[in-house]
Design a binder for this molecule. Structure first.
Ligand code: PHE
Ligand code: ZN
Length: 891
């Protein structure tokens, strides 16, 4: 069929959930590992689930060669079962079943990186969500939990290391050049947590003592030559173990915990029981190759995967619609972990701001597009498409709202009850909500809508002040736009943390009707549950400036009309650091919108003194932590500015933003230079919060300085590039050098740096990814340059990190070039989605989403985007993954 809309693929629905017809008690597996043909023998002991409406014994399988199928010792004839797509049904099976299955698989041919695959000659598995079915036939659904014993056999020279979940119970030689290792996982688990790794690997290991006194073995496994890059991951793991003991009373339940790094991985990392598998990006670090951002990423991903051991593994999901049960909660936990590790109030605020920036930029945009879905979706075609910012980041915001509503201790009680009730079970998001409600005695019925309704609510603010009566009123009105399949929304239960600032900038004591038990507090968490509600404050002696949604207490858009003076007041005085930052962003965003329109109209561009002076004050305010200043002084991204428009003009936005950056530099050059010099941090690199903060402010100053470049500022960047001994400073210098507008001679000097960088780091894949990314996102890079870079010998589409650095970097993070007026960006995009679809559907489907918001662009661009979408839709052999994304975009 050839038309320009993809055939809508078959969806599955949450409401259709049926418990499995059979439970699995034990799984014994034997692997004869060979890269071309791996033989898998599986023995399952199963028993009928009498409570299920499903009478057949149902198994799932994909890309398998079935060699043998025996039930209770008897070979099953072809007529005794049926296979339809991925589903095998065995009707009339007895109540107790021992099923023996032999399959053959081809790891080297598996480029999807799901199931058992090869990476640099090693074996790696990835089973979440539905990869286990590519290894053997199995009831591959998360509510089927079983105990696993796994025997691995392989060539001893090629695969000296053999790892699987749990404990190593036996190993030895097989005599024929092969060896074996037998692993037993003492805990029941769903199949998506199965893992094995085999190959040439080396490890850093350590005995670590838990608070209980029990000793555990910790290992970080990497390819040869990378042992100088594992220390930070090991430190992060130990910090994670301690944090979960201290903050949640949760102990590591295994005697051995392993992390393995692989350079071929679709996602960040995976929480397989006792054998976490990581993208190298989130393990390998030393000062020479990794930036401060990389160090922070490793800490939070190591934490995230470790925390899944309780929130995900001990208590898992009943079905994949409940994915956010484990992901939202575990993201919340890793966010808190990183915040607690820094410890200071500013450190916490900085982390909060960074997280909210991502939420707004990516998740709010998802909520406003064709893939919008609730935190707990009602349907999907391909579960891999639902590992989204909504499930993860908005899911974490939903968990954070319980925390805000119940308080620190109340939340902990809820967690304790959750584990007391559900340890060892596969449960639903509603079970988590019930634990929070029952432990606190609060009615959280309406809170359920955060799980069932998609879209970002707006909260409109109106205020009234009666000076004579000293009464101040805040009226909040909530609304939420329609999303696919959900025309009408009912009101959400929204916690609005707030305070009122007096003219000196101090928090006024609050006396709010309905909140008498907290009378006199400096801040309150108002609960908005109706469409419109008025909150009445008494004893307000002068007109306050309201500070609302402190610490971003709910994932909503606050529509409030502040004057520039109000914003300056909040910027200078708000006791809530998040809202101080927010006030600065609002000041900037207002100007960026105005200037974008001026660019479009061909008007003269001007930046006002109030704004320049506000930026100067922040820059020079030594009472503010440098990392906080860096965030304050960073303008809203082009993507954020785009959200302010109903029709987006990426080039005008870019021009406006660059104008503001250059103008600020023109006026603040001396201040920037002084800051640059003050925060130079010569000496040994250390990834602690204080040094990171200094580097970030210094490098922000450098990037501004190159916006109004002369030979002396250029020299600063070149010197920093040549002489810095850490990647943070080198990459910051190189980024500034790749983006500035200089003379021909200056540009040549910068280009030389880029060449030198490549030569120096040719053998460090993660650094070469940065090299591609840097060029992909430079505003001088057009489609033609991208095509040339794709011809570079170091480029390949089959490695997801590499593909992401160049292709995703360009399509998602270089809007003014990707949306070139001639549509060449879209043509390239379509070709690449089609090429990736053959190699790796998951990665292809992610790229497919770059055109999600096509309806937000002017007509002439829309037409070209629609044509590109149509081209992909009409491609042959489209995976379910890509087909779902494209058909939703075109719907
Ligand atoms: N469950 C993993 C995590 O959040 C993510 C993941 C999903 C990895 C699917 C691989 C495949 O940590
Ligand atoms: Zn996770």
């Amino acid at each position: 069929m050839r038309n320009d809309t993809a055939p809508t693929p078959q969806a599955i629905y949450r409401k259709d959930y049926v418990a499995p017809g059979y439970w699995v008690d034990t799984v014994e597996m034997g692997f004869d590992l060979d890269l071309d043909h791996t033989h898998v023998a599986t023995r399952l002991t199963m028993r009928r689930n009498h409570d299920s409406a499903e009478k057949d014994l149902v198994l799932f399988g994909a890309s398998l060669k079935l060699l043998q199928l025996r039930m209770n010792g008897v070979n099953l004839k072809k007529s005794a079962y049926s296979i339809d797509g991925e589903i095998m049904r065995i009707p009339n099976a007895p109540d107790q079943v021992v099923l023996e299955i032999e399959t053959r698989i081809q790891p080297v041919k598996n480029t999807s990186l799901s199931g058992l695959y090869a990476s640099n000659g090693n074996f790696i598995t990835q089973c979440e969500a539905e990869g286990f079915r590519k290894i053997t036939w199995f009831p591959d659904r998360p509510d089927v939990m079983a105990k696993y014993t796994v025997m691995l056999r392989a060539d001893k020279k090629k695969f000296p290391v053999l790892l699987a979940n749990g404990n190593l119970i036996e190993q030895g030689d097989l005599g024929d050049g092969r060896h074996f290792a037998k692993w037993e996982d003492p805990f029941k688990k769903p199949s998506y947590l199965f893992a094995l790794v085999a190959g040439k690997l080396v490890c850093q290991e350590e005995k670590y003592q838990l608070q209980s006194g029990r000793k555990v073995l910790l290992q970080v496994w990497v390819e040869d030559g990378n042992l100088d890059k594992t220390q930070h991951a090991m430190d992060s793991l130990k910090n994670s173990i301690r944090w979960d003991e201290e903050r949640f009373g949760l102990e590591l339940d295994l005697d051995r915990f392993m992390i393995v790094a692989t350079s071929d991985f679709n996602m960040g990392a995976m929480e397989n029981k006792g054998l976490n598998i990581f993208n190298t990006k989130y393990v390998l670090a030393n000062p020479r190759i990794a930036t401060d951002v990389d160090y922070a990423g490793i800490e939070s991903v190591v934490g995230h995967e470790y925390f899944h051991n309780w929130t995900g593994n001990r208590v898992t999901c009943r079905d994949w619609f409940q994915l956010s049960l484990k992901e939202g909660l575990t993201v919340f936990r890793d966010q808190e972990f990183s915040a607690d590790l820094v410890g200071t109030a500013t450190g916490r605020a900085v982390k909060r701001i960074e997280d909210v920036r991502i939420l707004r930029q990516v998740q709010f945009s998802e909520d406003a597009g064709p893939m919008a879905h609730p935190v707990r979706p009602d349907s999907f075609v391909e579960i891999n498409n639902f590992y989204t910012v909504t499930i993860y980041e908005k899911g974490a915001e939903v968990v954070r709202m319980y925390y805000t509503l119940l308080g620190h201790d109340g939340f902990r009680k809820g967690m304790d009850l959750y584990f007391a009730r559900h340890d060892g079970q596969a449960v639903e998001c509603d079970d988590f909500r019930a634990a929070m409600a029952d432990s606190s005695g609060r009615d959280l019925t309406q809170f359920e809508r955060w799980y069932s309704q998609a879209g970002t609510p707006h909260v409109k603010v109106q205020t009234a002040y009666d000076a004579a009566a000293q009464i101040y009123e805040i009226t909040l009105t909530q609304s939420c736009a329609a999303t696919p399949g959900q025309a009408e929304k009912r009101p959400f239960h929204i916690p609005v943390a707030m305070g009122l600032l007096d003219s000196a900038g101090h928090d006024m004591p609050l006396h709010c009707d309905g909140y008498e038990n907290q009378s006199g507090a400096n801040s309150l968490v108002l609960e908005l549950t109706d469409t419109t509600q008025t909150f009445r404050f008494s004893q307000i002696g002068s007109l306050p400036v309201p500070s609302l949604l402190r610490n971003f207490s709910a994932p909503v858009i606050l529509d409030i009309e502040y004057s520039d003076d109000d914003l300056s007041h909040l910027l200078a005085h708000d006791s809530d650091p998040f809202n101080r930052w927010e006030a600065g962003q609002r000041l900037a965003s207002r100007r960026l919108v105005r200037l974008t329109k001026a660019v479009q109209q061909g008007e003269k561009l001007e930046l006002d003194q109030l704004f320049i002076e506000a930026w100067r004050r922040i820059l020079n305010d030594e009472s503010l932590d440098p990392s906080f200043r860096e965030l304050m002084l960073t303008l809203p991204s082009e993507a954020m500015i785009a959200e302010e428009f109903s029709v987006v003009d990426p080039q005008a936005i870019h021009t406006a933003r660059q104008f503001v950056r250059a103008t600020l530099t023109q006026h603040l050059r001396a201040d920037l230079l002084r800051i640059y010099e003050t925060y130079l941090t010569p000496g040994k690199y250390s990834p602690d919060a204080a040094s990171m903060a200094k580097r970030s402010l210094k490098n922000l100053a450098l990037s501004y300085l190159l916006e109004w470049v002369d030979d002396s500022t250029l020299a600063l960047a070149l010197t920093q590039f040549d002489e810095a001994e850490n990647m943070t400073d080198r990459l910051a210098a190189l980024t500034a050098l790749t983006n500035f507008n200089g003379s021909g001679k200056q540009v040549k000097q910068a280009a030389k740096a880029l060449k030198k960088f490549y030569k120096e780091f040719k053998h460090e894949a993660l650094v070469i990814d940065k090299w591609f990314m840097l060029q992909a996102t430079a505003h001088t890079t057009d489609v033609k340059t991208i095509c040339e870079l794709m011809e570079h010998p170091a480029f390949t589409l089959t490695n997801p990190n590499r593909a992401r650095s160049l292709i995703f970097g360009f399509c998602n993070a270089n809007p003014s070039r990707f949306h070139a007026a001639d549509g060449s960006g879209y043509t390239l995009w379509a070709e690449l989605v089609i090429a990736l679809n053959k190699i790796n559907p998951q990665v292809a489907a992610r790229l497919a989403r770059s055109l999600d918001r096509w309806k937000k662009y002017p007509g002439h661009l829309q037409a070209k985007m629609k044509a590109a979408l149509g081209k992909v839709a009409a491609a042959k052999n489209l995976s379910k993954d890509v087909a779902e994304v494209i058909s939703k975009a075109l719907a």
